[in-house]
Design a protein. Structure first.
Length: 292
């Protein structure tokens, strides 16, 4: 893989980053079920480009613990501020929505709640339990914050029995401080390693990174090796798109072929499942990756 040249600001969004928006009955029903239960989705709040495809298939990533994040990461469009309290009825409402959407696999994520002692781990656990009780046979994936690296918070979530534990490293080591607020490369890898060593190893561990923030190919490969060495076997690689002009800018658009090259390289390292492409996001086709 050739070394990346000095990044320049993209002049325009390339054709491979554009996709038609199509909605059908399943999209409307999914949207309605979420709104009726007063739930947020990372699909909308993070402006995911795949939300129409996923919702058309009756799937969604539900965001719990409100929609105000206590951190201010420079890549994320979710609102930052001071959340007030916890919604203790949220687990029941998530289970209601999941049942109405007839999901077979659901992803539960959240904003970061540094204002709560356990980071919201108890609400995560209650939500997983409520969903599994309401919809027998469903598989549940979680995408969590770093819980400040606290094993007791992590174990609250894992004890509830998700099939996949996901926490994103987001970017290469050198860019962590400038891109992520309050998070560190080492802490993220540590929480992922703890998850990989939990119990009998039946919970799959997943992470994801974004490209286009100014990283080099060598840094990406070092990051992939670090991720693998910490026990993670499921991986997503996608294109970073600046949500607004106030966020970290997109340094370049990585070509589809480069994404294929990184996917091939990740499989050579030993990953079990890799989703790598311009429009790939953490929860994209999550139901397919869990089968790896």
């Amino acid at each position: 893989m050739s070394e990346m040249t000095e990044p320049v600001r993209p002049a325009r969004i390339p054709d491979w980053m554009r996709r038609p928006i199509q909605t059908d009955k399943e999209y409307s029903e999914t949207h309605s079920a979420l709104k009726k239960n007063g739930l947020h989705t990372v699909c909308e709040d993070a402006k995911c480009p795949n939300r129409h495809e996923c919702w058309n298939h009756g799937t969604a990533t539900v965001m719990i613990l409100g929609n105000i994040c206590t951190r201010d990461c420079r890549f994320c469009s979710i609102a930052t501020g001071k959340p007030v309290g916890l919604d203790l009825d949220e687990p029941r409402r998530v289970a209601d929505a999941v049942e109405k959407m007839s999901l077979k696999h659901v992803v539960i994520t959240s904003v970061t709640r540094d204002d709560v002692l356990d980071g919201g781990a108890e609400i995560f656990a209650q939500t997983i339990t409520a969903v599994k009780e309401r919809v027998p046979g469903i598989t549940v994936e979680v995408l969590t914050p770093d819980f400040w690296g606290r094993k007791e918070s992590l174990y609250k979530v894992l004890d509830a029995g998700p099939i996949v534990f996901n926490h994103n490293v987001e970017t290469v080591k050198r860019l962590q401080r400038s891109i992520r607020s309050g998070a560190t490369y080492e802490r993220s890898l540590s929480i992922l390693k703890m998850a990989s060593e939990y119990g009998d190893g039946s919970i799959k561990v997943k992470t994801g990174i974004m490209l286009g923030l100014g990283e080099t190919n060598e840094e990406v490969m070092e990051c992939l090796q670090d991720i693998y060495d910490h026990g993670i076997r499921l991986l997503t690689i996608g294109q970073y798109m600046a949500p607004t002009r106030d966020h970290a800018r997109t340094k370049r658009f990585v070509t589809p072929k480069e994404f294929v090259d990184f996917e091939d390289a990740a499989y050579e390292i030993g990953f079990d499942a890799v989703a790598s492409g311009p429009l790939v996001r953490s929860s994209y086709r999550a139901d397919k990756m869990v089968q790896a």
